[in-house]
Design a protein around this ligand. Structure first.
Ligand code: MSP
Length: 660
């Protein structure tokens, strides 16, 4: 390749290999499975859009005792059971628009061959030995535990009963790699993420590492990959499963391909399976003389309405049902917006509906639909041409923010901070909403002399929609592609873009826009959401008033107080709530976010009086639905029965500052 040609395509030869865990086929997929797979898909799409050649691998873990038992329960042989169950996973990934490059099943020949090759390699490299073993076995986790680890006859990891087992097995000399592994983790802070998880692994490695039992006697468990040099044994399911990460990109079968993809850039896993990845997998790779993956990222777990998700509680969230009810894109958005990736989070339909209505239907959906409506109405349905002389400071600011997303979203995505990447995108959504209000194109349209300005404003909005769509694509692929097409661009977002496509001004004037159905039609809140009448502190609801007179005033600790997240905000918009004399709907800018709040202050303030006022917002209040409108936070005001004054600031203070 000539150097000039290389310059033309700076993305050439950038690779990104990302994996999900492979899921057991003992049950149908749930929200936990969907979460990792969606996150992996978002990263893969993001990298692909930015010019990387990507490989996203997911699949199913089909051997082992757990799967065998599930099959017996169904009266099926394990292969027939797996063949049946795998369909649910494949269908769900289609449904959730997962763009996986391959799907591995551990019962496939192409995988089994490599597992057997690995076992032979380990033997030839003298890191396998046979020994008799006595210990405690946790069947659900398929792991052995030493006597001192077992707590009251229960597995220290999952709390379920363990069985005592005594048998001869093959062992991998895992202990020999302990020091090397510790050094590797210390030297490569990006290897185990987030940071807290790295410390957990280091903590685990402070105790002497034992060797790993990697076989199961066939007489006890037949459902596994046979040992190639000893027909009495099958492979331990975790070794079998971990090898998928190298068997599929071509280890021992296609060297060129393998070299192209290995080491993986990211193995995404849940926090419960970090040790098996960080310790078993890393040491196995060391023994094989292979490089370690660049990053293991362990995400947190979802509870459901504050409770652990379990079959016995009957609260397992079916991702198909969520996609039916809210649409795939909204479900994807919610999972990555609600909780910082790496932390545990709580799933509830009320939280999903609240975000859906306020962020998707209201902030984004309305902005997009208003933009197209105005172009249809004032510009003959074609993207207008901006007039350089009519460009003002506010337009330049919006363009600068739109351009900056390439950097800011990129920075957050590269740190796996999906929620922050989305927050960056929403800052532009909020800016654009304010821009519409401030420019009031509907007024400009009344005055023919303002034509150049009107065209310029509408062009700026349309181009902002294009740039928003690009950055939204990894999260909400269908919505983003629709936005792009409706705004009159021909871009295909499931292909790499050119770096200049992220620049301002790429949308061609003159192209017809085509307004479709609303991106996110408003949803009724689920029946379980309590309909509060008001949330402003100055006008407590009847129940609240009763409660406060009945209970003794009690003191709170400083820790109680610290639970409150009070932030400086500024009222950006205010309007009356139809049919409610006391209520106003406000949008309050808190720097990182603009919150919609319903406040019971209409008796004291007219909407116009509030615009621009600084206020104190309770930012971590659970969202509530009031008269069908979500309220995300509450503003503080003084007054007993009636509002007397809003809490505000004597000196200027920047938006979002914590009040304590
Ligand atoms: N088969 C193994 C993985 C082998 S990878 C070489 C396995 N399978 S699993 O089906 O049990 O779990 C897969 C993933 O689901 C894990 O990453 C686990 O963390 C995740 N989750 C299970 N329940 C979850 C939640 N409630 N919330 C979030 N993720 C959860 O383990």
């Amino acid at each position: 390749m000539k150097p000039s040609a290389r310059k033309k395509n700076p993305h050439k030869r950038k690779m990104f290999y990302i994996t999900t865990p492979i899921y057991y086929v003992n049950d149908v997929p749930h929200i936990g499975h969907a979460y990792t797979t969606i996150a992996a898909d978002v990263l893969a799409r993001y990298k692909q859009l930015r010019g990387y050649e990507t490989f996203l691998l997911t699949g199913t873990d089909e051997h082992g005792q757990k799967v065998q038992q599930a099959a017996v329960k169904q009266g099926l042989d394990p292969q027939a059971h797996a063949d049946r169950m795998v369909v649910a996973f494949k269908e769900l990934w289609k449904r959730l628009t997962i763009s996986n490059s391959d799907f591995v099943r551990t019962t496939e020949e192409r995988h089994k061959r490599v597992v057997q090759y690995v076992l032979r390699e380990l033997k030839d490299r003298n890191v396998l030995y046979q020994a008799s073993y006595e210990g405690w076995y946790c069947l659900p986790d398929e792991r052995f535990w030493a006597g001192e680890d077992v707590v009251d006859g229960k597995c220290p990891e999952c709390g379920r009963p363990v069985e005592h087992i005594s048998e001869s097995n093959y062992f991998f000399k895992m202990s020999a790699y302990q020091e090397r592994l510790i050094q590797h983790i210390r030297k490569h802070p990006e290897f185990i993420r987030p940071d807290g998880r790295r410390n957990e692994v280091i903590g685990f490695l402070e105790r002497p590492l034992e060797d790993l039992c990697i076989s199961r006697p066939r007489a006890r468990l037949s459902w596994g990959i046979p040992f190639p040099f000893d027909p009495d044994y099958v492979t331990y399911v975790w070794v079998d499963a971990l090898v998928n990460y190298i068997s599929i990109p071509g280890y021992s079968s296609d060297n060129r391909r393998f070299k192209k993809w290995w080491p993986a850039d990211v193995h995404l896993v849940g926090k419960d399976i970090l040790t098996t990845h960080a310790v078993y997998w890393s040491t196995l790779l060391m023994a094989l003389g292979l490089e370690l993956p660049k990053t293991l990222f362990a995400h947190g777990w979802w509870t459901v309405n504050g409770e652990k998700m379990s079959k016995s509680r009957g609260n397992v969230v079916d991702p198909n049902a969520m996609a039916d009810e809210y649409g795939t894109d909204a479900f994807r958005y919610f999972l990555l917006r609600e909780v910082p990736f790496g932390q545990d989070g709580d799933f509830s339909k009320s939280a999903l509906t609240a975000r859906y209505n306020s962020e998707l239907a209201n902030d984004l959906g309305n902005l997009f639909s208003r933009t197209l409506t105005m172009i249809e109405r004032y510009s003959g349905g074609a993207v207008p041409k901006p007039h350089p002389k009519a460009v003002k400071m506010g337009d330049r600011r919006m363009a600068a923010r739109a351009k900056a997303l390439y950097r800011t979203v990129g920075r957050e995505m590269d740190r796996f901070a999906f929620h922050r990447a989305l927050r960056e995108i929403w800052m532009l959504v909020d800016f654009a909403n304010r821009y519409v209000e401030q420019n009031a194109p509907w007024d400009m349209a009344k005055d023919p002399k303002k034509r150049p300005r009107l065209d310029t404003v509408l062009y700026h909005l349309a181009e902002t929609m294009r740039i928003l769509a690009i950055h939204l694509f990894p999260f909400m692929p269908m919505t983003a592609q629709r936005m792009i097409t409706e705004i009159g661009s021909t871009a295909q977002l499931d292909h790499a873009l050119k770096p200049q496509d992220y620049q301002w001004g790429k949308l061609k004037p003159g192209r017809p826009v085509q307004k479709g159905k609303p991106l996110f039609p408003r949803m009724e809140p689920p029946a379980a959401v309590i309909k509060q009448e008001t949330v402003a502190s100055a006008t407590p609801s009847k129940e609240n008033r009763m409660e406060s007179t009945q209970t003794e005033p009690s003191l709170i600790t400083i820790d109680d107080f610290r639970k409150l997240e009070l932030r400086v905000g500024r009222v950006v918009t205010a309007e009356k709530v139809a049919g409610a004399d006391k209520l106003l709907k406000l949008s309050v800018d808190i720097g990182t976010d603009t919150r919609q709040v319903v406040a019971g202050i209409a008796a004291k303030y007219a909407p116009d009086q509030l615009i621009g006022k600084s206020v104190v917002l309770v930012a971590n209040l659970k969202p509530a639905v009031i008269r069908g409108i979500e309220s995300r936070g509450m503003i503080l005001a003084a007054g007993e029965k009636e509002v007397e004054a809003l809490a505000t600031f004597a000196e200027p203070v920047s938006l979002g500052t914590r009040v304590k």
